[in-house]
Design a protein around this ligand. Sequence first.
Ligand SMILES: Nc1ncnc2c1ncn2[C@@H]1O[C@H](COP(=O)(O)OP(=O)(O)O)[C@@H](O)[C@H]1O
Ligand SMILES: [Mg+2]
Length: 218
Amino acid sequence: MRGLFVTGTGTGVGKTVVAAVVARGLAAAGRTVAVFKPAVTGLEDGGEPDQALLRRAAGSEQSDGEIAPYRYGPPVSPHLAAELAGEEIEPARLLEAAAAAAAAGVVVCEGVGGLMVPLSPGYLVRDLAVDLGLPVAIAAAPGLGAINHTLLTLEAARAAGLDVAAVVLTPWPERPSRIEVSNRETIAALGEVEVAVLPQLDLAQPSTWPTEWRFSRG
Ligand SMILES: Nc1ncnc2c1ncn2[C@@H]1O[C@H](COP(=O)(O)OP(=O)(O)O)[C@@H](O)[C@H]1O
Ligand SMILES: [Mg+2]
């Protein structure tokens, strides 16, 4: 499988935005892009669901179910959302759906929460990343807390043998503060990882997003 697995230091840290920009960049370069997200939760909160933003960014014609085989209303961990719906997320079904997406093109997969979030009681997001064999990008907010959250995520990724392509700090301010600049340098040095940054984007208009935006192994 070719592509990228976008995880993050937690929830609401920019995973969808990073995955969308990567997908759009690949599509703009002429690649056929399939997007994938093992489970979407919080649909009852309204707003554009992750699978819709990812599809729009990739210029994909995949259905909701092809992008995200499991979709739930409550804004809770996927294993709990599934339990509340009276089912369990099946790793085999996820791998089949991801393989079907991969057959259509390069895959940009967005995780759920962070690496240690359970998809089912015995199967973490990290296990899925390992099973898919994709390199990983880690989305993180650039401000206070970024060093600890990012280095913990790097350790968890590498302990499982995942190949970390880059950390992406998002949204990166036009005039970064002393803390933000220092965080970027410190994460690169202590994490021995490339740290990319993504400016504030107008999410409604992918045509205005940077298409040349890549990290070196992107
Ligand atoms: N570069 C960016 N430009 C615009 N908005 C951003 C950017 N990075 C993060 N955000 C905002 O941060 C919030 C969380 O981002 P999102 O990608 O949905 O996080 P996650 O997928 O990790 O839950 C969203 O409201 C999103 O609009
Ligand atoms: Mg998301």
